[in-house]
Design a binder for this molecule. Structure first.
Ligand code: SAH
Length: 357
């Protein structure tokens, strides 16, 4: 099997090129083309000798995922279906804001966590991605963008901490090879306790986001199966350890499901749950992005979201409400891929998911 360049560190590229009889500076140039100058092909690497490019093309793959589909929303959000060499595909999202550009990456094709409200959960886990496949999503979007991507969130398909070593390796690739700041990278988890503790020990203080979604284990286990294995007490202790080690604030994600977890009493319970431990950070309120479920989950009323937020802030816990972007293109986790699989690809204008029927 051919080696793939995307996924290798500059040091590994140096070794590879040494075997081809090339000096160190050729590896520096090559790594720069891959990670900083968005080369799409060997031909793009114009300061490398033609003979070397030919030899590399014979012996290696570049290894960027193919952007198999793109859907652009009026707000500029682009949802990609990224396809890897073996035909497996995942979703990635490009999110331009006036003052920054953020992308959302997948760490697995499918997911084993089985959360009741999540579109990705429905098909189970297909396979985990390699570090190069995770970083490659970023590189493909950077290559297509005329703005510099400076923020990355690991909030696409999959559970990052259940693909631990490849996921961590991809963090180092993005920081050390692509030049992103660790503080601009967010890893979101459903609450895998050993993973949170291990990540705290890595020398890369990214922002940790915890998907809470409920103020107590009784409700949380109904929404998130892994909550049976790791109760809130243990998860929050691990988060507290994470923030102590890394000195980074945490983010608490709270998905709001109408009539399930969106009452003022639950907001107060949430504030109490987070109080009294070392857990600095905001609660990020995410209104449910509609997907069909046996439970008939629905979006919360607008007033419920506002009231929930007000209760949290009254209790001293800062809260933000996630802007809903890309609704018109079914940008919620796992929606595009499912539609593509079920109906063949559907143009953006025809997609109705993301809107409540
Ligand atoms: N597995 C990780 C990261 C991927 S999901 C995690 O659970 O955190 C990223 C976020 O999207 C999570 O907070 C997840 O709960 C949320 N999410 C999943 N399905 C959603 C939906 N239908 N509407 C809104 N948010 C959703």
């Amino acid at each position: 099997m051919k080696q793939t360049l995307v996924g290798m560190t500059q040091q590994e590229i140096t070794q590879l090129l040494q075997e081809m009889g090339q000096p160190q500076y050729r590896a520096v140039q090559t790594a720069a083309w891959v990670y900083r100058k968005s080369a799409a092909s060997w031909e793009d690497m114009t300061d490398l000798p033609v003979a070397l490019r030919k030899k590399m093309a014979q012996e290696c793959e570049l290894g960027l995922p193919e952007a198999a589909h793109r859907d652009t929303a009026p707000d500029g959000t682009i949802k990609y279906l990224m396809r890897f060499a073996d035909g497996v595909s995942v979703e990635s999202v490009y999110l331009p804001y006036p003052n920054r550009v953020s992308v959302c990456l997948s760490t697995q094709a499918g997911c084993a966590a089985g959360c009741a409200f999540c579109a990705t959960a429905k098909g189970g886990l297909e396979r985990s991605l390699s570090a190069g496949e995770i970083a490659g999503q970023f590189l493909r979007m950077q290559q297509e963008s005329n703005r510099r991507i400076d923020h990355v969130v690991y909030m696409g398909m999959g559970e990052p901490l259940l693909n631990y070593s490849a996921m961590v390796r991809s963090l180092f690739l993005l920081r050390d090879e692509a030049g992103l700041s660790a503080r601009n990278i967010t890893v979101s988890t459903v609450g895998i306790v050993p993973g949170i503790r291990a990540l705290a020990e890595e020398d890369i203080p990214v922002t940790l986001a915890l998907s809470l979604h409920a103020p107590d284990d009784a409700l949380r286990t109904q929404l998130i199966p892994t909550a049976r294995k790791w109760p809130l007490e243990e998860i929050l202790e691990a988060c507290s350890y994470y923030t102590s080690r890394t000195k980074r604030n945490l983010t608490f994600e709270y998905l709001l499901l109408g009539g399930i977890n969106d009452s003022p009493e639950q907001a107060r319970a949430l504030a109490r749950l987070l109080a009294g431990r070392h857990l600095p950070g905001n609660v990020n309120l995410i209104p449910f992005n509609y997907v069909e479920t046996p439970q008939g989950f629905r979006r919360p009323a607008r007033e419920a979201v506002t009231a929930f937020r007000a209760e949290l802030e009254k209790a001293g816990r800062p809260a933000t409400q996630r802007m809903t972007r890309g609704n018109a293109i079914a940008a919620a986790c796992g929606q595009l891929r499912r539609q593509t699989e079920q109906h063949g690809f559907v143009p953006a204008a025809m997609l109705s998911a993301g809107k409540q029927p």
